[in-house]
Design a protein around this ligand. Sequence first.
Ligand SMILES: [Zn+2]
Length: 275
Amino acid sequence: MPSLPITVTLDVEDHLGRYEADGRYVANTERVLAFLAERGARGTFFIVGRVAEAAPGLVRKIAAAGHELACHSYRHTPLERESPATFRAETGLAKTLIEQAGGAPVAGYRAPLFSLTPRTAWAVTELGALGFRYSSSIVPAANPRYGYPGVPRTPFRWANGLVELPVPLVRFGPAQLPFLGGIYLRYLPAGLVRRWARARRDGVLWTYLHPYDFDAAEPYSPMPDTAAWISLLLWFKRGGTWDKLAGLLELGVGRPLGVRVNEAELIIRTSDVKI
Ligand SMILES: [Zn+2]
């Protein structure tokens, strides 16, 4: 059987939280755009509202290259540190900023750090009220940091109609690894990741990366709100990201998530998941 196609998603944020108009996230995102253009791949870019404020030209370039624009919060605050009222105001602002900068409607949302959990499930109601059609915000298992055990591992619909695309996981011993992105993709052997991806037979596969995941030349700086050892872990092992992504795309390139939500290939197996 052929492999499932893999959609490229990028979370466009400044990992140092500075959001300057010429921060490294701008040039790194432009390098990712060039890489995807060479391969004819169109994906989904989840953009932090402050990026759209600081660098609206970057958002325009992403849209002009044919990628889907989506929202990755206003200031990258994990959901458990938000109240429903501030979340609504700031996420609405971020959505508007991205739509204005890119000239295209935004249908998708991804919570910072996949922080949609049973404790923050109120966000589902807010996202529906803000007009989002899908979310990509959940680790569908117990997880040391954030996780939502018990929900389906393949795309499903919340009771208010919002579609959820959970992060693809692989079972590895007692652990469930979100193997197609971030630190997992950077540290796991390329051959193993490809084998796991090729073995998947259901769900929507997507890889999640950040501009800094490609930035092997960046001098070390500690990340805000992050333990020193995690900052170091996030700084090492960036040099291989291009080859790993290229290797995954050889298995088959998926279309942007917003397109796939609309199409028959997305089979929603469980309806009306309650919050
Ligand atoms: Zn993020």
